[in-house]
Design a protein around this ligand. Sequence first.
Ligand code: ISL
Length: 501
Amino acid sequence: DAIWCSPVYDSPNDDNGYDIRDYRKIMREFGTMEDFDRLLSEVHARNMRLIMDLVINHSSDEHEWFRSSATDPDSPYRDFYIWRKGKGDGIPPNNWDSIFSGPAWNYYPERGEWAMHLFSSKQMDFNWDNEAVRKELFQIANWWLEKGIDGFRLDVISFISKKEGLPDGNAVIGSLMGFKGCEHYFYGPHLHQYLRELREHSFGKFDAFTVGECQGTGLQMSRLMTGDDRGELDVVFSFDHMDNPGKQRFQDYRFDLRPMAKNLMEWQLEYGNHCWPTVFFENHDHPRMVSKIDPDGAYRCEIAKLLAMLQMTLKGTPFIYQGQELGMTNTPFASIDELRDVESVNLYHKLMDEGEAFRTVLSGSRDHARTPMQWSGEKNAGFSEGTPWIRVNPDYFKINAADEENAIDSVLHFYRSLIALRKENPALVYGDVIPVTASPKGLLCYFRRMDGQRFYVELNLTGKTVQHVNTGMRGTLLYSNYTTRREGAVMRPYEANLYQD
Ligand code: ISL
């Protein structure tokens, strides 16, 4: 009942719209402001909400503020971005790396200085320490809120405050994380102050919903950003569960659901009653979860449904990424020419001489999640009559919305049923989460309980059979991802069952 749109603002599209040239204009490829206004009113007419992506850690280098700050010594925007002198001999002001490969700095001869970009070389970081910048950004947010949108997803909002003096990043942290400098902005000195100002001057005045993208802040720091008495954000996206411990996205490994479940349970139990979690397994920055877990796809439907059950029976706000509800998979891109994402392309060129570059890029590429939505088995998956901007996943013949709609036991219908059940039963939203601590290894079992109502969820997180746990619960089986009854006391691979007392 709510939609989050990734950026649809005017942009040269160096990073799929996350590089904004004009915050008050719609990207030509997507239509006009009239189209947007119609979208908003049709969404509201259906009693739904619309959340926009607010990308205010950086803007495009084609934004007029940046152009003016680079070229005009008298510009009122001179200090809107992070400009510094270099160390001489073409050496940038510090050793920070861009998250999208290469140094985090561009040199501008017209100004004789370097400007910082934590992301691509066309995404220039704003100088949040300048109050005039903050005021302009609050006005942008308010302009959209006055239009009547319902809230924002705040892009890399935890990166907005950088440590004074911009000191060099530690080499060990840099090699662990893949980019140097991050300890100086993952949780910067003025972050809380800036979030409070945002709320005070913008979101709070409109009672708007906010979800902050907060890479690397972990449970405790996220509590400080979302506590209901803190006046900062409503909820955050935390990413610690999205890769297995010790692994990172660009590694070719089979994702194990067990550590993810452990992490989710920590948040369920320790985040506290003054904070509210989000629950998500996919977004536009991550490969498809079913493929991470089971690259061969033997258990694709079972896993897709297990994820649906987990997501719809945990405490928190669930976010479903487009295509997740069909069990969409990774795409077998054949070469680098088929990839579009700036992060993938830059990484490929960086790795070139290390061999295996394409394989590495393919394991983590964000393009897996960005292929056209699979509406039907028609040409281009029913997405477009024209040539899509990126390759269509060839499996659209067997995985598409039209077929899922017609098949009674599809992943899509499973999501629908569970969403309906959750809406009808506050115990699934607000109820206590009570894990069964004696569950055998490989199982995740928990109760949701409120006002005499009780649900029980049992999930086999592995591809092997596991001994079933007897909790004495004699409830009715409401949903299962297996249609046949099991024999004996074992849980089949990735089996997921939901019972009610
Ligand atoms: O820190 C990271 C690398 O491990 C990234 O996951 C980073 O947090 C993430 O890429 C930030 O994502 C958001 O901002 C980017 C944009 O490309 C993404 O699409 C967006 O979700 C820059 O605006």
